[in-house]
Design a protein around this ligand. Structure first.
Ligand SMILES: N[C@@H](CCC(=O)N[C@@H](CS)C(=O)NCC(=O)O)C(=O)O
Length: 166
């Protein structure tokens, strides 16, 4: 996990501190809390050194300083991904059951399947364990003639790059 410190000003009065604190907790980040009151002139001086904005929350992780709540959220999301897979699996179940498969919206591949195609390949790359219905959906997508063509072209592209050293 590395070294993580979340600087906040107050658990009583700072709504932004609460947001940052919760984001870190939800992401499962192992972090230390540092409480710096924005009213205390010394703390304000320290805050300025921590974040040009003077504002909290502010997260330091592995030497990186993140000092905006949304940025903290995005940073944590990128570094500690969580519930995305479950969400996708839920959506696939709902759609496949409702529309009868084999594609997300029934018998014909649609925009939704094109959007999910890279998700399918990532699930394969990272050996994500899936239940039968979702695994079947992945196989269906990977077996699409257009998908096969594109995958073969991708392999040839990589081989070409390797060949030219670029
Ligand atoms: N846009 C900032 C807003 C943060 C913010 O307004 N924080 C308040 C605490 S609730 C603050 O640090 N205030 C200190 C001050 O105004 O001196 C973010 O998303 O983090």
């Amino acid at each position: 996990m590395g070294d993580a410190v979340l600087t906040i000003s107050s658990k009583n009065y700072s709504s932004w501190s609460l947001r940052g604190w919760l984001l870190c907790r939800i992401a499962g980040l192992d972090f230390k809390e540092e409480l710096l009151s924005a009213d205390d002139p010394d703390a304000r001086a320290e805050l300025l050194m921590l974040a040009l904005s003077f504002l909290v929350p502010r997260l330091t992780h592995n030497g990186l300083k993140v000092w905006d709540t949304l940025a903290i959220g995005e940073y944590l999301h990128e570094n500690f991904p969580q519930a995305d897979i479950e969400r996708i699996v839920t959506i696939w179940h709902e759609c496949l059951n409702l529309y009868g498969g084999p594609y997300v919206f029934g018998e014909t591949p649609t925009l939704a399947d094109a959007m999910y195609a890279p998700v399918v390949t990532r699930f394969a790359t990272y050996y994500v364990k899936l239940d039968r219905q979702c695994a079947d959906y992945c196989e269906t997508i990977l077996a699409l003639p257009d998908m096969i063509e594109c995958t073969e072209a991708a392999r040839a592209e990589r081989a070409r790059h390797r060949g030219t050293g670029s």
